[in-house]
Design a protein around this ligand. Sequence first.
Ligand SMILES: [Zn+2]
Length: 274
Amino acid sequence: MILGEHLATAISCLHLTNRSVMLHTSLRSFGTVIDGGADAILDALLSRGCTVMTPAFTEPQFGVSAPVDMRPARNGVDHTAPPVSDTVPEVDPYRVDCGLINPALGLLPAVLVGRDDAVRGRHPLNSFAAIGPESAEIIDVQSPDDVYGPIRELADRDGVILLIGVGHDCMTALHLAEQRSGRRMFQRWARDVDGAVRMVEVGSCSAGFPKLEPVLGPLAQSVMVGASRWRAFPARQAIAVAAATIAAQQNITHCPDAGCLLCRHAIAGGPLDS
Ligand SMILES: [Zn+2]
């Protein structure tokens, strides 16, 4: 069983005390029970002065289909493919207090979002949520047109990206690196606070991000907790080296699926003005 003292030791070894941490976690990676579960990981970080941020995405709950007059070219979507629906589902607009989250993100982000003092960003499909001393300032910069503002803010504050038993394909910050390399972010569709459908920025395919390991790996500090490998990356440096690498070799992020439309359009530069 993983105990609080094991988590505390890892946090000390990785020099995370008082830092803001972008967290991506596989609870299964520990290979055993964690005493206190996801809450224990959050509390271990919070008790050492960390701010903890996770993705809190809600595409399944708040995504709507594309209105015919909001379909930019090269946007990672084949509008000719069935099923084509021009009707927009009647869903309520996203609210920061909706309490919903994409279950595919796993248990820990859901636990964080459910805490009373969690702060959540104003993006209907790809919000981030945070808890801890810097959470309000970091989350406040997010908007539907600036999906990765909180990651930029965390990096500017000398924050850390912590991968707990997961790979670079889970490192959301690499989408910010794609943007910095010159790519435009894809547009998807959701209801604005007033109920009208609008386009919002989202990320692309991340299945090729493990190919950035040769440039990201040297930045990582690592520690094992049970069977779980924790890797901490300084966010600012990781984003900078990834952006430079992608800019020099756009194709490097292509995923193993040669026919991936998301990768093809992202590598070409992302959506064009409609
Ligand atoms: Zn792909």
